[in-house]
Design a protein around this ligand. Structure first.
Ligand code: ARG
Ligand code: ASP
Length: 723
C-alpha cells in the first residue's frame, strides 16, 4: 500500500515538472510547440487566437512602445495602456515647475487635450517567417567568421529586396538561438503617439526605489497613450489632421481577477536574456561584472540623490536619469543574491557534466563537440580583465554628461574633416538642436560632482594602462585632488551650456573645429575614448568574437545533446509569449508571499511628506470612503498580483492575459528573489509583478474622473460575455 502511494506522488510530480513555466516562446510556433501544454495548464483559447496572420488575433493588439517597452491597444480608438515608467520620458518632457505632471499626473478629458511626443512610436508585428535557409544559404561550418558574416549580410540584403510588403511596412530580420536561426518580421510603425493620461508619481511610482523589484508591491505603474493614423488608418508622421487609429484587434478587459493556480500569459517584447551560458560566464557575472557596475552606480546615485532632494528643479531634471541608473543597480544586487541562493553555478556545472557524458557516449557528438566546454571556459577567463575595463568605461563615460556632449561634438568635427563645409553645417545644426534639448535636463553642479567622484574610480580601480594619460596629467597638475581637477575642468570647458557653446560655434568651420578640439572637456573625452580603443577594444572584440562563435556552437550542441528538452530562444526584443500560473511563493524559510496586494497595504506604507511613500489626499479620501465602485471586491480594492511568468526588461507594459485572452493585469516588474531569471530561471522563486487591471480602472475612473476613457473600453466576464 505504502509503495503505491509513493509511486503515485512521484508520477504526479513528474507530470507537473512537464510544465514549461520557463520560456519566452515565439508566437508563430505556439501551435506546434506549446498549445497542448498551455491548455493543460488552463488556457481556454487556441494558439490561433493568439497569433494568426489571416484574421485579427491577440498579437494585433500588442505593440513595441518606443522600442524599449510594450503597450497594448485597449479600445477601438487606438487607446494604449503601458507602464508609468515606460511613459515617463514623455511625462517628464511635458512637465515644468508650473505644470508638474510628474507630481500631479495628467489627464486628457477629450482627444483635443492629448499631447504629442516627437520620437515616440508604436510598432505592430504583422507577420513572422522563418528565413533561416535563405539567410544561411552557402554558409558552411568551415567558413571563417568574417566571411560567414559578410555572406549572411549579403543574403539578408537580398532577402529584404525580394520580400513583398506594403509601402508603409518595414522588414526586420533577426537572429535567434545565438544565430542558428533567423526570422523575418513584417512590421507597421506608427509615429504619432499622444499622451492621454498618467497618475501622479505618488501612485504610478509609489514606493519608488525602495519598493522597486520588490514584493509585496503597491504601485499603480500605468499610463495611457493613443495611436493616431492618417485618414486611411495608415502610419503617418504627426499631423493635427491625423485621427485615432482603428485597430484590427483590441483587448477586452476582465474584472474577474485571478486566483491561485489560474492560467496567465504575458505577451510582449522582452529585451535580453542569457539562459544558455557556460558556468564560467555566470561566475564572472556574480564575482566581477555585477559588483563592478554596482559599485560605480552606488556612488553616482549618492551624488544625484543629494542634489535632487535639495532642489525641485533638479528633482524634475534628473528624475528619469536617477530612476534608470538605480533600476539596473538594484536588479544586479538581486541577481547576485538569486544566482548564489539558487546555486546557479553548481547547477550549470552539473548540466555541463551531463552534457559531456552524453557527448562522450555518441561518436557523432564527440566529433562535433569534444573540447567545446573547455574552450568556452578558457575564453571567458581570457576576456575577464578586458570585460572589467569595458564595464568601467561603459558605466562611467555616459554618466558624466560633459563627456557625452564632447562625443556629440566629435560628430561635427568628423563631418567637417570628411565632408567639408557642407557636412559641417548639417552636422552642427543637428547637434545644436540635440544639445539644446539635453541641456534642459542638465545641471553643471551635479555633473561636476559626478565627474570628480567617478573619475577617481576610473583611475584608482583599474590597471594604469586602461585610464587616460591626459586626464592623469591634469590630475597631477592639480596636486592629485579630484575635486580641484573637476572644478578647473568645468571652469574652462565651453561645451555644457548653450551660451558658451553658441560662442564656441561661431566663426568659420575650420576655426570652430579647432576650438572644439582645444576644449578641455573635449580633450578628456577623446583621450578616454582613444585609450579604450587602443588598449582594451581590440583584445575585447577578438575574445568577444570567439565567444559568439563558441556560444553559437554550444547552443546547437545543447539542442543536439538534450533532445527531449524544448528550447526557446533567448529574448532579443522580439515579440514573445510567456505563460504560467498565478502563484504564491516562499522566498525564504518561514515567509510566504500572497498572490494579491490591496489598498490596505498602500495605506500601511503611507508616510505623509515622504519622497517615496507620500499619497495624494484624494486617494486617501477614496480609500476612507471605500469608494471603489465596480473595481473593488467585497469592500477591498486589489492593487497588484504575482504569477510565474518568465519575463524580463522590455516586458514592462505587457498585458497579463487570463485563460480567455482577456486583460487582467499590466506587467511591470519582478520580485527581488528572482531577478536572476535572465540567466537562470527558477520557477520556485521567480515571479513577475503586475498591476491588477481593477486598480488601473479605479484610478482612471474614481481618482482621475476620466469617464471618457472608461467609456471607450470593453469589459467582459470570463467567457467573453459583455458586462
Ligand atoms: N524594475 C522595473 C523595471 O525593470 C520597474 C522600474 C521602474 N521603477 C523605478 N523605481 N525605477 O523596469
Ligand atoms: N521593469 C522591467 C521593464 O521595464 C520588467 C522586468 O525587468 O521585469 O521592462
Amino acid at each position: 500500500m505504502k509503495k503505491y502511494v509513493l509511486l503515485f506522488i512521484v508520477s504526479i510530480s513528474i507530470f507537473f515538472k512537464g510544465f514549461a513555466e520557463e520560456g519566452m516562446w515565439l508566437p508563430q510556433l505556439l501551435q506546434s510547440l506549446n498549445e497542448k501544454e498551455m491548455k493543460r495548464m488552463g488556457m481556454k483559447i487556441n494558439a490561433s487566437d493568439i497569433y494568426n496572420i489571416s484574421k485579427g488575433s491577440l498579437k494585433d493588439a500588442i505593440v513595441s512602445f518606443g522600442g524599449f517597452c510594450t503597450a497594448e491597444v485597449i479600445s477601438d480608438k487606438g487607446l494604449l495602456l503601458t507602464n508609468h515608467h515606460c511613459g515617463f520620458d514623455a511625462i517628464q518632457t511635458h512637465s515644468s515647475v508650473q505644470n508638474n505632471y510628474i507630481r500631479d499626473g495628467f489627464w486628457a478629458y477629450n482627444t483635443g487635450q492629448e499631447l504629442k511626443n516627437p520620437g515616440l512610436f508604436a510598432t505592430f508585428i504583422i507577420r513572422i517567417d522563418d528565413v533561416t535557409k535563405a539567410v544561411l544559404g552557402g554558409v558552411s561550418s568551415s567558413l571563417p567568421e568574417k566571411e560567414r558574416q559578410s555572406l549572411i549580410d549579403k543574403n539578408i540584403a537580398a532577402l529584404k529586396t525580394m520580400t513583398k510588403k506594403e509601402s508603409y511596412q518595414d522588414i526586420l530580420i533577426r537572429s535567434f538561438f545565438e544565430a542558428n536561426k533567423y526570422y523575418l518580421f513584417i512590421t507597421e510603425t506608427y509615429n504619432d503617439v499622444r499622451m492621454v493620461g498618467a497618475p501622479p508619481s505618488s501612485i504610478g511610482n509609489f514606493g519608488k526605489d525602495t519598493d522597486n523589484w520588490m514584493w509585496p508591491r503597491h504601485t499603480g505603474d500605468f499610463s495611457m497613450f493613443r495611436i493616431y493614423a492618417d485618414k486611411n488608418n495608415k502610419p503617418a508622421a504627426y499631423s493635427p489632421d491625423n485621427v485615432p487609429y482603428k485597430p484590427k484587434r483590441s483587448l477586452n478587459i476582465s474584472l474577474d481577477g485571478v486566483k491561485e493556480g489560474d492560467f496567465t500569459m504575458v505577451f510582449g517584447f522582452p529585451g535580453r536574456t542569457n539562459e544558455y551560458l557556460h558556468s564560467s560566464a555566470i561566475e564572472q557575472t556574480v564575482n566581477v561584472s555585477d559588483p563592478a557596475k554596482i559599485g560605480i552606480r552606488t556612488k553616482a546615485l549618492n551624488v544625484i540623490d543629494g542634489f535632487m532632494r535639495k532642489d525641485e528643479e533638479i528633482g524634475i531634471q534628473y528624475a528619469k536619469k536617477y530612476a534608470s541608473i538605480s533600476n539596473a543597480w538594484k536588479k544586479w544586487q538581486g541577481e547576485i543574491l538569486g544566482l548564489t541562493k539558487s546555486n546557479a553555478v553548481t547547477k550549470r556545472k552539473e548540466l555541463e557534466a551531463n552534457f559531456e557524458k552524453i557527448v562522450m557516449s555518441k561518436p557523432e557528438l564527440n566529433v562535433a563537440y569534444m573540447g567545446l566546454l573547455k574552450d568556452l571556459e578558457k575564453v571567458y577567463k581570457d576576456i575577464e580583465p578586458y570585460a572589467y575595463a569595458r564595464d568601467y568605461y561603459s558605466e562611467i563615460f555616459p554618466k558624466i554628461e560633459l563627456l557625452m556632449f564632447a562625443n556629440q561634438l566629435k560628430g561635427v568635427v568628423n563631418a567637417f574633416e570628411k565632408n567639408g563645409e557642407a557636412g559641417y553645417n548639417l552636422a552642427k545644426e543637428k547637434v545644436v538642436e540635440r544639445l539644446e534639448d539635453q541641456y534642459k535636463d542638465y545641471s553643471a553642479a551635479v555633473d561636476e560632482k559626478l565627474f570628480s567622484v567617478l573619475m577617481e574610480m576610473y583611475v584608482k580601480d583599474q590597471k594604469d594602462e586602461y585610464s587616460s594619460a591626459y586626464f592623469k596629467n591634469l590630475l597631477k597638475d592639480n596636486g592629485g585632488d579630484y575635486a580641484k581637477t573637476a572644478s578647473s575642468v568645468y571652469k574652462q570647458s565651453k561645451i555644457y551650456c548653450m551660451k558658451d557653446l553658441q560662442a564656441l560655434l561661431s566663426g568659420n568651420a575650420k576655426d570652430v573645429c579647432d576650438a572644439i578640439k582645444k576644449d578641455i572637456g573635449y580633450q578628456i573625452a577623446m583621450d578616454m575614448q582613444e585609450t579604450f580603443t587602443n588598449n582594451v577594444s581590440e583584445s575585447l572584440n577578438g575574445y568577444q568574437a570567439t565567444i559568439n562563435q563558441l556560444q553559437r556552437l554550444y547552443m546547437q550542441a545543447q539542442m543536439d545533446v538534450f533532445t527531449k528538452k524544448a528550447f526557446y530562444p533567448d529574448a532579443n526584443s522580439t515579440l514573445r509569449v510567456t505563460y504560467g500560473n498565478a502563484k504564491t511563493f516562499q522566498p525564504r524559510d518561514g515567509v510566504k508571499y500572497d498572490l494579491h496586494t490591496y489598498m490596505e497595504g498602500v495605506m500601511e506604507k503611507y508616510k505623509p511628506g515622504d519622497y517615496e511613500f507620500d499619497l495624494p489626499q484624494k486617494l486617501i479620501d477614496l480609500y476612507n470612503k471605500k469608494d471603489f465602485g465596480r473595481w473593488g471586491v467585497k469592500g477591498k480594492q486589489p492593487v497588484c498580483f504575482i504569477a510565474a511568468n518568465h519575463t524580463t526588461g522590455g516586458n514592462s507594459g505587457s498585458p497579463a492575459l487570463d485563460a480567455y485572452g482577456n486583460l487582467v493585469g499590466l506587467n511591470f516588474d519582478r520580485a527581488w528573489e528572482g531577478t536572476m531569471s535572465d540567466i537562470n530561471y527558477d520557477p520556485s522563486i521567480c515571479r513577475n509583478i503586475m498591476v491588477d487591471i481593477r486598480y488601473v480602472m479605479f484610478i482612471v475612473e474614481k481618482y482621475a474622473g476620466a469617464k471618457n476613457l472608461i467609456a471607450e473600453m470593453k469589459f467582459v466576464s470570463k467567457a467573453g460575455v459583455k458586462k
